[in-house]
Each structure stands twice: as structure tokens, then as C-alpha cells.
Design a protein. Structure first.
Length: 261
């Protein structure tokens, strides 16, 4: 990676701290914190009240935040930020058709995710009628990469030095009795995924949630993300994942590579 391609450090003279802080305020809002007071935003972002107030009022003036009494919440204009990403990636309509074909073939939910820091972000999804998790999975959902099949597939695509840096900074948290919390074991599993070309996550993030994923590339070999099939462990066993779902995913990944340039 050239010097121009390397990410700026916060202490770099070209790093715009105000922009970074404004985005941090936007990202402080989520499903569990959809409406917050100034004090709550300050606590979530680690800013003092005066600094958090300036950013909230600026975002309010720009139309990205709404103010109702003492509470702040995101305004619909924030969707323009996500739409900019989706519209800039014109392969999404092809991916969506592929995911829907997967759901039609196996009756299970299928998604495309991309790696973003320590999390996987869902950028396209086809939902089945089955409810898999307590939270609602949809475009924009973020889940820990360490415990998801898509996350491990994407981590397996990283060069060794980037993978080691990721493992160094990630914070592993136990979610179920099957969660891998040892970094050496997680590294072994990711390297195994790299060798075999697919990943299975079995109830590590949520009891009953079992999924399988493969990488998706375009015709030029550029990584688009990972596609998965997620299901309930009580309904679909490991043999079914390997016998039926893995070949289906691999077929659809080849279809994506042949279609998206």
C-alpha cells in the first residue's frame, strides 16, 4: 500500500477532527439509542457537553438531526449518506436478485456484508419468513465480524499483516457458550476459512443462529463482500449446510463474478 493509500492517523495535519467527531455523533444513534438527550450523546461519544452540543446543533442546522424538546434523533436526511454508497455501487441490483434467488431456492435468508472495522455491515439482504435473532436484520445492520460467517470470510481475505493488526485490536466478548474468545483459536479458524474458501458460524453470536458464507468477487477479482445463508440450528443441520447450501452459495458467487464487472 502506497503512502497516499494509507489511512490518516488522528494526529496527522490533514486529519479533520471536526468531521470525524460529527460522524461519531451520527453513529452514536442506533436501535437501542434512537432518541437521546445532550447528556446521553456526550456520554456515548466520550465528548464533553459543550462539544457534543455544538455538533448536535450543527447537524440539526444541516438537517441530519431533529430536536424535540430535550431529545435529539436522526432525521431522514441521514439516509442520503447510505444512498450515496448504494448508488455508487451499481452492482447492488444484481446482488439483490442473486440473494432473492438463494432465498427462493432454499427458503432461508441471504445477505451480502462488507467488513467495516470490527464489524460486518449488511448492504443487501433477502429475508425469509423465519425470524432468526432477537434483533431485526436489515440493510445497515452491523454485527461483530469475529462471530459471523460473513465476517470470518472477509477477515480471511485480509493480507497477513492486516489480519494480525485486526486481531491485535479486536475485543472478543462472549455471547453464547459456543463463542470463541481466544485470539489464537480465532486466528486458526480464520486461516482455515482462507484455505477452504467458506466459513460456518454455529451459534457463536446468538443461540440457534447457524450460517454459512463465501466471498463474492467481481469479474476483475475485486472483493465485493461475502454472501451468506443464515438459518436456525434446530431446523438445519451441519450436513445440510455442506451438502445443499454451500454448493448453492458457490454457484451464486460464480454468477456474481460472471455478471458484475
Amino acid at each position: 500500500m502506497s503512502a497516499e493509500e494509507e489511512a490518516l492517523r488522528p494526529d496527522d495535519r490533514d486529519f479533520v477532527t471536526a468531521l470525524a467527531s460529527g460522524l461519531e455523533v451520527i453513529l452514536a444513534f442506533d436501535e437501542a439509542h434512537s432518541r437521546m438527550t445532550l447528556s446521553e450523546v456526550a456520554a456515548r461519544t466520550g465528548m464533553n457537553r459543550a462539544r457534543a452540543r455544538r455538533f448536535l446543533l450543527t447537524l440539526h442546522a444541516l438537517g441530519y438531526v431533529r430536536k424535540q424538546g430535550r431529545n435529539f434523533e436522526l432525521a431522514p436526511k441521514v439516509l442520503q449518506l447510505g444512498y450515496a454508497f448504494l448508488s455508487a455501487n451499481d452492482y447492488r441490483s444484481v446482488i439483490q436478485q442473486v440473494l432473492e434467488a438463494i432465498t427462493s431456492a432454499c427458503g432461508e435468508s441471504s445477505s451480502l456484508g462488507v467488513l467495516d472495522g470490527e464489524e460486518v455491515t449488511y448492504v443487501a439482504r433477502s429475508s425469509s419468513r423465519h425470524r432468526l435473532m432477537a434483533i431485526t436484520l436489515s440493510v445497515g445492520t452491523r454485527l461483530p465480524a469475529a462471530y459471523t460467517s460473513m465476517g470470518r470470510v472477509l477477515l480471511a481475505q485480509l493480507p497477513d499483516d492486516e489480519l494480525e493488526a485486526w486481531l491485535e485490536r479486536v475485543n472478543l466478548v462472549r455471547h453464547t457458550d459456543k463463542t470463541v474468545t481466544d485470539k489464537a483459536e480465532l486466528r486458526r479458524l480464520i486461516l482455515e476459512v482462507r484455505r477452504q474458501g467458506y466459513a460456518i458460524a454455529d451459534q457463536e453470536l446468538d443461540s440457534g443462529l447457524r450460517s454459512i458464507a463465501v466471498p463474492a468477487f467481481d469479474a476483475n477479482g475485486r472483493l465485493l463482500g461475502a454472501i451468506n445463508i443464515s438459518t436456525n440450528a434446530a431446523r438445519v443441520d451441519h450436513d445440510t449446510l455442506m451438502r445443499d447450501y454451500l454448493p448453492l452459495l458457490q454457484e451464486k458467487a460464480r454468477e456474481i463474478r460472471a455478471t458484475v464487472s
